[in-house]
Design a protein. Structure first.
Length: 142
């Protein structure tokens, strides 16, 4: 198993709907722009993790991932990673894994590994996201 990237070196910036900029130096990913295109579910799920990690209190930083949880299965986490790997066209040895992005906390709970100070979210995007009726619960975090 490859070593996890150092969280202090990883950065993620949510620029616009479905567009992020990602830096994971140990994986040779430096300020790469990733456009999720029509993969809006993956983008929304990643944004939910980022908002919780950056703004929520310690007990609200995690998302429950199980049938009946906020995110219904671990497949959704894998799809985020698979999409990023496909968009960046990473070689097998350079591909990011789910563990690079998410930490399993226990009891079906996952948290984003990026440090809160290394997560940037465009104010416009944040406003639009939290004002969407489906994301009402996220208003309390920001």
């Amino acid at each position: 198993m490859s070593q996890l990237p150092e969280a202090t070196t990883m950065k993620i910036n949510f620029l616009n709907w479905n567009v992020i900029e990602l830096s994971i130096p140990s994986k040779n990913i430096l300020n790469q722009t990733i456009d999720f295109g029509n993969k809006t579910t993956q983008f929304n799920n990643l944004l939910k993790f980022a908002i919780r990690r950056k703004f929520a209190s310690e007990e609200n930083m995690c998302i429950e991932v199980f049938n009946g949880g906020e995110i219904l299965s671990q497949t959704y986490l894998s799809r985020i990673i698979d999409n990023i790997n496909a968009i960046l066209e990473l070689e097998d040895d350079a591909k990011i894994s789910r563990n690079d992005f998410f930490t399993f906390i226990g009891q079906a709970k996952y948290r984003m590994r990026f440090l809160p100070d290394h997560i940037d979210i465009s104010n416009t995007l944040l406003l639009e996201f939290t004002h969407n009726i489906d994301n009402d619960a996220y208003k309390k975090f920001v």
